[in-house]
Design a protein around this ligand. Structure first.
Ligand SMILES: NC(=O)c1ccc[n+]([C@@H]2O[C@H](COP(=O)([O-])OP(=O)(O)OC[C@H]3O[C@@H](n4cnc5c(N)ncnc54)[C@H](O)[C@@H]3O)[C@@H](O)[C@H]2O)c1
Length: 441
């Protein structure tokens, strides 16, 4: 039987890398909810009810009634950013929330002043803030971040810390076996200041895990999805998860593709495009940064609609005629700001290969969708640590575009939203001392 989670004793420190649109929307929402002035809509940990027990004993309970989740009142926030604006200024600048939804918690937001960022402009060329650490090597960056975490703990007296990356997408870093496979090689590269293979995000993750904090990667960066970090998470007994918040288009994709697959319809192509105009969109307008996102967004369909398993249905489309076409585009278009528009054109076929089309037009709000995921990922990774779970937490894939999987062993990731939900429910059951099961609810 899996371990039951221990109850929390003190406060939970949430240290966020990046104090932009997503993080300020997340922080403001938590503070407003605490005051009873807003509702944390979209958060599974605050709303979802899971069945525990079977037959006459079955009950549907909220997560907090199954497991000892940290309370929103017990959260203390801190952040790092390249720009010096405090959380209030940054929330206003982001233009996601209306002033009336920010002003009531202004006093608390103003106090969240970002610490200097561990940053390298080569990883996000479109950013030019100067609230940046002066670090001679990547190892030096790590040391400084570790110091920040220790100082924050000391000053606030928090019992536990989770580090969440909600900073810009970095340029694509291909996995390099010589540097990223073994922890000792990774550490050596940090000490030798191998700036091409060691992204600043790896320094945050390394520092967090070393300081006994779970690390969550909200962007699609190559950070904890390397064997060296898995080794570190095992060594420090800390949870890690996949990457890239599953908010708009990919949520739709991982929920909609199962309809096609379950009814054995064919797919010849899926074209996804987006327009967005926030700073995230600006960074993603740079081809090297977009590449990171593209890899993450493309991976979703391939493990749900698998050409090798159903060549008649999914073996159509590209040059080699082995698979459907799958294209993803992101276009920076300032007038929309944070209100992203996503279009999906899905070319399917049915009986005797007759073609049909499905169009989905999602007029969403990026940060409004991402904020509840931040809350859930933070609370659940803290819970997992208290349940003695460490290394890759597959149940957190529900919230992420790219589930972590051991590609060195050819493990296939689970992208199917409803299979991921079963993993989530079972993890909650187990951490609450109930048995995992696969009953239909
Ligand atoms: N909103 C969504 O739906 C969604 C979905 C998936 C992933 N994401 C990812 O979440 C991240 C945040 O999105 P956003 O809209 O808040 O972006 P944003 O540009 O508003 O905020 C990111 C902040 O990170 C800061 N930053 C960049 N590099 C840093 C570093 N090394 N250290 C500290 N700070 C750093 C930037 O200065 C900026 O203020 C992006 O990577 C985005 O791709 C967002």
């Amino acid at each position: 039987m899996a371990e039951k989670a221990k109850a929390p004793n003190g406060k939970l420190g949430v240290m966020i890398v990046g104090l932009g649109a997503v993080s300020t929307t997340f922080i403001t929402g938590v503070l407003m909810t605490r005051k009873g002035l807003a509702k944390p809509v979209g958060s599974m940990t605050q709303y979802d009810k899971i069945r525990v027990g079977k037959g006459a004993d079955k009950k549907y309970l909220k997560y907090k009634d199954i497991v000892p989740l940290a309370d929103l009142n017990d959260i203390e926030f801190a952040a790092w950013d390249v720009y010096p604006a405090n959380a209030y200024e940054s929330a206003i600048n982001a233009e996601v929330l209306k002033e009336k939804d920010i002003e009531p918690v202004k006093e608390e937001l103003v106090k969240i002043v970002p610490m200097k960022a561990a940053f390298d402009r080569n990883y996000a060329k479109r950013l030019d803030g100067d609230n940046v650490k002066d670090a001679k090597t990547r190892w030096d960056m790590v040391e400084q971040i570790r110091e920040d975490i220790r100082k924050f703990k000391e000053e606030t007296g928090v019992e536990r810390v989770v580090v969440l990356w909600a900073a810009s997408t970095e340029v694509y870093v291909p996995v390099n076996e010589k540097v990223h496979y073994k922890l000792e090689d990774l550490e050596k590269a940090m000490k030798e200041n191998d700036v091409d293979n060691i992204a600043p995000s790896m320094c945050y993750a390394y520092a967090a895990l070393k300081e006994g904090a779970p690390f969550i990667m909200g962007a699609p960066n190559t950070t904890v999805d390397i064997p060296a970090m898995w080794e570190l998470a095992e060594q420090t007994k800390m949870p890690i998860a996949g990457k890239d918040f599953k908010t708009g288009q990919t949520l739709v994709k991982s929920g909609f593709a199962p309809i096609i697959g379950t009814r054995c319809l064919g797919l010849s192509g899926w074209f996804s495009t987006n327009i967005l105009g926030n700073r995230d969109g600006l960074v993603l307008d740079e081809p090297a940064n977009f590449r990171t996102k593209e890899v993450s967004k493309l991976s979703t369909l391939e493990s749900i609609l698998v050409p090798e398993n159903q060549p008649d249905l999914y073996g159509h489309g590209n040059d080699e005629d082995t698979q459907y076409y799958h294209k993803v585009r992101i276009n920076y278009y300032p007038p929309r700001n944070d209100n992203k528009e996503g279009w999906d054109n899905i070319d399917i076929f049915g009986w005797m290969n007759y073609p049909m089309q499905i169009k989905i037009n999602f007029l969403c709000r990026d940060s409004i969708l991402a904020a509840p995921l931040c809350l859930d990922l933070v609370l659940l990774s803290d819970l997992a640590a208290r349940a003695g779970r460490y290394g890759t937490q597959r149940f957190l894939s529900f919230f992420l575009k790219s589930p972590q999987h051991d590609y060195t062993e050819d493990e296939v990731p689970v992208n199917h939203l409803f299979q991921q939900y079963v993993m989530l429910k079972n993890a909650i059951r187990e951490m609450g001392g109930y048995e995992a099961d696969e009953e239909i609810d």
